[in-house]
Design a binder for this molecule. Structure first.
Ligand code: NOJ
Ligand code: CA
Length: 703
């Protein structure tokens, strides 16, 4: 049986045919439409539209002056009637006393190309409705709610006309989830930003969560939904608060003074998005909705960034064999960097990340972000000699700017910082904002030091400033302690990767380390939003010794699988070179796997249990599979129908050895090679906490 995603695949031959259709369906004063529809009561006016396939229906309306929306699928509620609205300091609120006065419907079917990504071509197929709400009084209050309904979900945003400078104090958008459902979430508004272990609870048991927030509804056909946002620009990040049971409300991360968003004139909110899918894998396959809701590339040519793999002077600091700061164990030395560059060149890596190279790390760097100097290397780091050497052997230095979330200090040095890297030929920089979530240091309009939230408006504005300035210097950005991804990489293609997840580093020092099911949850939650610099590929799974709680809770084969299940266009091989040199056979998969894809298909999975992800290398006929499981061993039968018909592939299979087990015997990897075609099924036995990685090399047949 072929999974449902086949119907949504765009044949490669068709890809060149970019279809665009934008048809106005109606532009009718609402009174007429409302009259034609059976409104529920005299004070209610409504408009409805459906997804292109007709399954999802969106209703917009106003009831007794209160704007609302509702979403159903196949005639059943997904989001029951939910309030819309914005509230401002000093009134002129946009939540009550508003009637739906006009609506316009259009549709679009267009396919666009990504410069790099999980897939080359993205189809944007939706119906759009723009509904205008107007005050019943003479205040002049009005806004347009623009909603787009895709086969994979719904996005809507508020478009508010210019009424001068205003302070938004509350967004009251609700998401009324019916019925209850099991959900996977991390807490929002807590100190550690997005770096939490996922909780699994009914919706009714959450308090305040981050997005993407994933729910399997309690229905016979169990549709899956995920609530998130797209195009977070000049606004505050959205958290979800549970108010009445089952009713979640948008809660905006505060600015330093406790207000939410300052606007100067006309503004649009980010898109509020509800993804809907029949299966958990369908959420992954439908997650390009966030890209579609973002504006096209506005930077222009970003070809200075090439997706690739990198190693780093990094893990050594996390396992305490090296230091960021100066001294006898300083990692960022000229000699050490050249050694890493040699290893990178020998094994086909594109770059070497070096942390701890610049002044500011000595002492309590976590709390002294103002000491960082972004254009002043430590004396034992000869950046010119290093980058000259890298150029000779074809390896780039990947830059690093740890700010300790002192964005005032960073912004003051931004031009000098990027100029130095540009002069040295650096094309990508990892940024870092380590600090408690409420401790982002800014300077207010009077130059006074203030503390803001890491995902509030001040940070949102800062991040885009960094992307825009980095672009001027031909530099791509991989942010750690970032704001969650909202698809902005479409508009800013130098926003290449980010953390925003409890990544590998927690296995070195976190208490507890990432649990066994972690990598079977994040593809269905965090990763819906976009690439993650999770930093896979740890081969010494017990770097602190076998008795230490802090260890990597996977098998070695599962580490290989992560290169396919966790997408990043800058993909790290996180371990020390010596641990790869000691394990050349499994390391071969990391050498082979690409970081840029023609197409990606989640084949099967359940949140928190397992996932099989397939990806085709960009510009190639070769495919890769990554399969991961949780604490249960399982054997998966994977149909290979995604391969080109009529072609024989050499499948290079890296799977858990027969008695592998993450806890007791994590290292055995069985490597075997088979000839397969699209007609075959691959049987993958996965150990407890295990995984499998497969490379399919096209050998013969049609192309
Ligand atoms: C936290 C980042 O996630 C990690 O990768 C980095 O090494 C440290 N901050 C220091 O910048
Ligand atoms: Ca981190």
């Amino acid at each position: 049986m072929k999974p449902d995603f086949f119907t949504r695949l765009i044949p490669a031959g068709l890809a060149a045919l970019i279809m665009a259709a934008c048809t106005q369906i109606s532009d009718t004063p609402l009174q007429q439409q409302a009259a034609a529809q059976a409104s529920q009561n005299a004070n209610t006016s409504m408009v409805k539209t459906t997804s292109p396939d007709g399954r999802i229906e969106l209703t917009l309306g106003s009831d007794g002056g209160q704007p609302f929306y509702a979403i159903s699928r196949d005639g059943e509620d997904i989001v029951a009637r939910s309030k819309l609205g914005l509230r401002f300091a000093r009134g002129l609120d946009l939540d009550r006393g508003l009637s739906l006065t006009r609506s316009t419907e259009t549709r679009k079917d267009e396919t666009w190309e990504q410069p790099w990504g999980e897939k080359r071509f993205v189809r944007d197929h939706h119906k759009e409705i723009a509904a205008t709400f107007t005050a019943d009084d003479d205040s002049g209050r009005t806004y347009t709610l623009r909603a787009r309904v895709f086969d994979t979900g719904v996005g809507f945003r508020y478009e508010v006309p210019d009424t001068g400078p205003r302070i938004l104090i509350d967004e009251i958008t609700e998401f009324s989830i019916t019925p209850d459902g099991m959900s996977w979430w991390t807490p929002a508004g807590e100190f550690n930003r997005y770096e939490y272990i996922y909780e699994t609870t009914p919706v009714r048991d959450i308090y305040r969560v981050h997005t993407p927030y994933t729910v399997k509804l309690d229905k016979a056909d169990g549709p899956y939904i995920a609530i998130h946002e797209a195009a977070l620009v000049n606004y505050a990040g959205m958290w979800l608060d549970q108010r009445r049971a089952g009713v979640l409300e948008a809660e905006l991360a505060p600015r330093h003074d406790g207000s939410k968003v300052h606007v100067e004139g006309a503004f649009n909110t980010p898109w509020r998005v509800i993804q809907i899918a029949d299966t958990a894998a369908g959420l992954i396959n439908g997650s390009d909705i966030y890209l579609n809701l973002n504006e096209p590339n506005k930077l222009g040519d970003t070809s200075y960034f090439k997706p690739g793999k990198y190693i780093g002077i990094w893990w050594g600091m996390h396992i305490n064999t090296m230091t960021w700061g100066s001294g006898p164990k300083h990692g960022a030395t000229t000699e050490n960097t050249k050694r890493y560059m040699d290893f990178a060149a020998e094994n086909g890596f594109d770059g070497v990340l070096v942390e701890g190279w610049n002044i500011g790390w000595d002492g309590d760097w976590f709390n002294n972000g103002e000491l960082f100097r972004f254009a002043e290397p430590y004396p034992d780091f000869d950046i010119k000699a290093i980058t000259d050497y890298g150029r000779e052997i074809g390896v780039q230095l990947i830059g690093h700017h740890e700010t300790s979330a002192n964005i005032a200090n960073y912004e003051a040095q931004l031009e000098d910082a990027f100029q130095l890297y540009k002069d040295m030929g650096v094309k990508a920089v990892k940024t870092g904002y380590v600090a408690d979530a409420s401790d982002l240091v800014i300077h207010d309009a009077d130059g006074i030091r203030r503390y803001a939230w890491h995902d509030g408006q001040e940070r949102v504005v800062h991040d885009i400033k960094v992307l825009e300035r980095a672009h001027v210097y031909g530099i791509a950005v991989n942010a750690h302690e970032p704001i969650k991804d909202t698809g902005l990489r479409r508009t800013y293609p130098n926003a290449v990767s980010r953390e925003g997840v409890r990544g590998m580093e927690f296995n070195a020092w976190g208490s507890p380390p990432n649990p066994v099911e972690h990598q079977a949850i994040i593809p269905f939650t965090r990763m819906l939003s976009g690439p993650a610099d999770y930093t896979p590929g740890i081969f010494n799974l017990m770097p602190n010794g076998p008795d230490n709680e802090n260890r990597v809770q996977t098998t070695l084969a599962k580490q290989l699988a992560l290169y396919v299940t966790l997408y990043s266009p800058l993909q790290m091989a996180a371990d020390l070179p010596e641990n790869y040199e000691a394990n050349p056979e499994p390391f071969q998969f990391i050498r082979d796997v690409p970081a840029d894809w023609e197409n990606s298909i989640a084949l099967m999975g359940e949140v928190g249990d397992y996932l099989v992800q397939a990806r085709q290398e960009r510009g190639s006929r070769d495919w890769y599979i990554g399969a991961v499981t949780d604490e249960d061993a399982r054997t998966l039968a994977v149909p290979l129908g995604f391969l080109d018909a009529g072609t024989t592939y050499r499948a290079e299979i890296y799977r858990d050895g027969d008695d592998a087990d993450w806890e007791t015997n994590p290292y055995p990897v069985t490597i075997e090679t088979r000839a397969v075609t699209a007609e075959d099924e691959l049987i993958l036995p996965l150990a407890r906490g295990g995984g499998a990685a497969v490379r399919f090399v096209a050998e013969s047949g049609s192309n």
